[in-house]
Write a protein that binds this ligand. Structure first.
Ligand code: IVH
Length: 682
């Protein structure tokens, strides 16, 4: 090849790499791609082909080199040129003020620090060294002084630039001679859940949380495994910089990192006033459930480097920063006994009876164990000392045993072969995790069915909760849900705790429930896979329960939004003689089974949102989620919880969650409230 030709190839290669780097940056860092995946793939393939023909022109920072290395036997140890520190924690305002008092005391009088607040991403801290703009080394934090060299693994993470600055960088920056960038490798929540699902399907180990998943993925000796793991990265510090005079503050650093092409968490803020910083932090912490990644708090840092230097470090933690965390809602206690609940559909769910323990100010004595696989995967045994987690309002869950504390007395648990409530043999359908009691007369299922029937959102019978449902079933007053409408005052008066007033109230509430809209009744029946949304959708197509009962599986499947599984579940529910008898009994009692004009407008099919499926994320200005859902349904649309390929629109409000990211990845159309109003024409 002539020198001229060679030069041209080299130029083309350089241009291709710049372009690919830019598009990877748009996609992985900004989450805002400008070309299609196919176009990106075409560029990538061209680069691969050209490099294959000219192996001498391959550079280590070429995008093709993200997955190149052969598996290692072990990781090399590396010493960090500047130690990687950890952080002290504060769990409330008072602890922040205490930290701040010390900051003020140590600084010269009159000096007013500014503060940077950053998310504390829950992943794995790493240090990335770039020489002349090329990534040459990546290391874990390790003990802060010595870490492990995991360059090949980190190169597979597309949010980590192999070359800085981007050729197309907005700011005209030259590459620093040498820089060490620090940040957190993490696994976004949606991807974490998908990974766990895939792992479980393949019979491989699942991860307890996104942090373990990130750490486990990054510390693979075979980088090709890391490459398959959906990892991401946020940069938050510069460890070492040859021209260190360039940067004077944390805030400048974050901007510099962004300008170089690193992803920086979007929620970083700078404040002159500590109380404002705290207020922002508290707000942010309160809504962290909306994030697409797991955060275990925020970090508040004194902004100015000069002041940071004055404050210095004690032990392993700097005095100039503090991690502000929500109190850990985890506790440790003994698992006394593993019991099994029987749900409305007959699913057997194991739960843990615990020695009572205070977790985040609440006494916890029961926790869910999800299912049989969950228990066996974690090897949870009766008698184990276990960690228990309580997150917000959700049911506490057992995370796993502390095996070091075993005495040998612990009992391995087996799913019962017979229903603990009725004694009938249980069934384990092939391919399902769950085990079922299929006895239609099982009292435990009946109690749950009555409870569900009476619940808010269903027939809304006040005063009929779990306890009363159990009482009615166990005393033999209720054998099916329709019996509720035939209860007699004199029988109820004999029940413990039921005086005349309570009986009147209960009977009144039952009477009032007879006129609930048809969709509520359909939902209340407790048909498998028929939640409130599907129930509403059904009433758009059927005016009466009788019509729905007569519907064929084919007809049901033709309804946009109804899949074969739901259709078959509905048909088999109504095919059941017992269920038909119950419905007859409901009708005889005077329960409304017809759609009324005010329930649904005219013909649902002609409505502007008919056939469209919506998912809502974030806070919608001026509308509660309930109102938005009702509006969408009133105009013929359907609202579901999670984004999939079947989603027509994602409605985005303020502080959207991970759904936005997912919708973008799947190419789902995104609208705001105004967009929604336009679609619906209201
Ligand atoms: S600053 C100078 N900033 O938290 C103090 N750390 O407990 C050291 N982390 O090992 C780090 N997000 O893994 C800092 N925005 C952030 C962070 C952050 C997460 C982690 C990091 C570190 C640990 C310290």
């Amino acid at each position: 090849m002539t020198a001229q030709a060679e030069k041209e190839v080299a130029q083309r290669l350089a241009r291709l790499r710049d372009e690919i780097n830019y598009h990877a940056y748009r996609y992985y860092v900004l989450d805002d791609p400008v070309i299609s995946d196919a176009a990106y793939d075409a560029l990538f393939r061209e680069l691969q082909t050209l490099e294959a023909a000219h192996p001498e022109l391959v550079t280590p920072d070429s995008p093709t080199q993200r997955i190149a290395a052969a598996p290692l036997d072990r990781f090399e140890k590396v010493q960090h040129p500047i130690p990687m520190l950890s952080l002290d924690n504060a769990f409330n305002r008072d602890e922040i003020y205490a930290w701040h008092d010390r900051v003020r005391r140590l600084l010269s009088p009159g000096v007013r620090p500014a503060y940077v607040v950053e998310p504390k991403v829950d992943g794995l801290a790493v240090a990335l060294t770039y020489d002349g703009g090329s990534l040459v080394r990546g290391a874990t934090r390790g003990d802060g002084v010595v870490g492990e060299e995991i360059t090949a693994n980190l190169k597979t993470i597309k949010a980590i630039p192999l070359k800085i600055p981007l050729a197309t960088s907005p700011a005209p920056l030259s590459p620093p001679a040498r820089i060490e960038v620090r940040g957190e490798v993490f696994m976004p929540l949606v991807q974490f859940e998908e990974l766990n699902k895939r792992q479980a399907e393949r019979g491989e180990r699942t991860f307890a949380n996104p942090r373990n998943a990130a750490a486990g993925s990054v510390r693979q000796l075979d980088a090709s495994i890391t490459a398959q793991r959906p990892l991401s990265f946020y940069a938050y510090a510069v460890g070492y910089l040859e021209d260190s005079h360039l940067l004077h503050s944390q805030w400048e650093t974050l901007h510099y990192l962004r300008d170089l092409g690193f992803p920086v968490a979007p929620d970083v803020r700078r404040f002159e006033d500590l109380d404002e910083a705290i207020a922002y932090a508290e707000n942010w912490l309160a809504s962290r459930d909306r994030l697409s990644y797991q955060a275990d708090g925020v970090v508040i840092k004194v902004d100015q480097f000069a002041l940071q230097d004055e404050l210095g470090v004690v032990g392993k933690a700097p005095r100039w920063a503090i991690a502000f965390k929500l109190a850990e809602h985890e506790g440790v206690t003994r698992l006394r006994y593993i019991g099994v609940n029987v749900g409305r559909t007959g699913v057997l769910t194991p739960y843990a009876l615990l020695e009572p323990v205070q977790i985040g100010g609440v006494t916890v004595s029961q926790a869910t164990l999800h299912n049989e696989d969950y228990i066996h995967e974690r090897d949870i045994r009766a008698g184990d000392v276990v960690t228990v987690k309580r997150a917000g309002e959700v049911i506490p869950q057992v995370l796993g045993p502390i095996k070091e504390l075993r005495t040998g007395q612990e009992q391995v648990w087996q799913m019962p072969t017979h229903c603990p409530a009725c004694g009938e043999p249980v069934v384990h359908p092939a391919g399902e995790v769950a085990v079922y009691c299929v006895n239609a007369g099982c009292p435990a299922q009946l109690i749950r069915r009555v409870e569900h029937f009476a619940a808010r959102g269903a027939m809304d019978i006040q005063g009929l909760g779990e306890k009363v449902a159990a009482l009615l079933v166990n005393q033999g007053l209720v054998h099916d849900i329709a019996d509720l409408y035939y209860l007699q005052a004199e029988n109820l008066l004999e029940l413990e705790g039921f005086a005349q007033k309570r009986v009147d109230n209960l009977l009144g509430a039952i009477e009032a429930s007879k006129t609930r809209p048809l969709d509520r009744l359909i939902y209340a029946l407790g048909i498998r896979h028929v939640g409130d949304t599907v129930a509403t959708l059904l009433t758009h197509h059927y005016r009466a329960l009788d019509d729905l009962m007569a519907a064929s599986e084919g007809a049901l499947q033709n309804i946009p939004g109804l899949g074969p599984e739901i259709a078959s579940s509905i048909v088999s529910f109504f095919a059941h003689e017992t269920n038909r008898r119950v419905i007859e009994k409901l009708k005889r009692a005077g329960v409304r089974t017809q759609r009324e004009a005010r329930d649904v407008p005219a013909e649902a099919r002609e409505l502007p949102l008919a056939g469209k499926t919506f998912v809502i994320t974030g806070t919608l200005p001026g509308l509660t989620r309930q109102q938005a859902t009702e509006l969408i349904e009133r105009f013929g649309g359907r609202v579901t919880d999670s984004v999939s390929r079947n989603t027509t629109y994602l409605v985005v409000g303020e502080a959207p969650g991970s759904k936005l990211e997912k919708a973008r990845k799947l190419g789902v159309a995104i609208v705001d409230v105004d967009g929604l109003r336009k679609l619906a024409g209201f």
